[in-house]
Write a protein that binds this ligand. Structure first.
Ligand code: PEP
Ligand code: MN
Length: 270
């Protein structure tokens, strides 16, 4: 691993990122919410359900990186205002994706964590820009990226001054087409060997299949993930993006229970 200095485990044991009461890298982060922010009603209903199930952070996209330019692109500022309001009402910190360097500084006014999506992992201008703000960054693994390329992208952010990066494994492209991506869970213990940064897992984009999200979430916990980020929608049938991979609130609640039980059991092994 050449050129990896600031993110290397050799420089530090473990990064712990405090976001309100939540300490990522120490506490288990259970981040949930819809793919896209669609309305205040949708956001509130979903957020209330995930909070009651035990989620400790809320997700929601206001700028969506869609394959087609004709697909729903997100509500932008209107969506961020909804996300901020619902997060505050329920006492949940919020995370959203930024796509453009021009949006970074003003989006920071509405959210607790900035997400860099898989498609932008190697957008070096964007990495430098989020490296200069004082909000933690959730850096997703690019779908064609090696661990070395990914860690170098985190290095870009730390090199600009921002030390608070959370890595997120969200699946890579392989020859397999049954799943949306191939969730590379070996990345979790591998990153733990190489870096002090916390790493969470996104089994939603990692599999693209409702039935595979619970087992892969549990597998991620066993692999040592510092958290999970899962798409949940109060009414998936009418979701404006990623409707086929959104868990219903009751499915998420069941999974959250299993995650907590598994964490408790793992505690007894240490
Ligand atoms: C998302 O989290 O909504 C998203 C677009 O994820 P990714 O960048 O991993 O595809
Ligand atoms: Mn999505």
């Amino acid at each position: 691993m050449k050129n990896i200095k600031l993110v290397s485990r050799e420089t530090k044991e473990q990064t712990i990122i405090a976001i309100g009461a939540l300490k990522i890298g120490q506490d288990f982060a259970l981040i949930a919410g819809p793919c896209s922010i669609e309305s205040e009603e949708q956001m509130y209903a979903t957020a209330l359900a995930v909070k009651e199930a035990g989620a400790n952070m809320l997700r929601g996209g206001a700028f969506k990186p869609r394959t087609s330019p004709y697909a729903f692109q997100g509500l932008g500022l209107k969506g961020l205002k909804i996300l901020e309001k619902v997060g505050k009402e329920l006492g949940l910190p919020v995370v959203t994706e930024v796509l453009d360097t021009r949006d970074v500084s003003w989006v920071c006014e509405y959210v607790d964590v900035l997400q860099i999506g898989a498609r932008n992992m190697q957008n070096f201008s964007l990495l430098k820009e989020v490296g200069r703000v004082d909000k933690p960054v959730l850096l997703k693994r690019g779908m064609y990226s090696t661990l070395s390329e990914w860690l170098n992208c985190a290095e870009y952010i730390l090199n600009e001054g921002n030390q608070n990066v959370i890595l997120c494994e969200r699946g890579i492209r392989t020859f397999e087409t049954y799943t949306r991506n191939t969730l590379d869970l070996s990345a979790v213990p591998a990153i733990k060997e190489l870096s002090h940064l916390p790493i969470i897992v996104d089994p939603t984009h990692g599999t693209g299949k409702i039935s595979l999200i619970p087992p892969m979430s549990l597998a991620a916990v066993v692999a040592g993930a510092d958290g999970l980020i899962i798409e949940v929608h109060n009414n998936p049938e009418v979701a404006l993006s990623d409707k086929d991979q959104a868990l219903r609130p009751e499915e998420f609640a069941r999974l959250a229970q299993q995650v907590f039980q598994l964490k408790k059991y793992m505690g007894t092994l240490q």
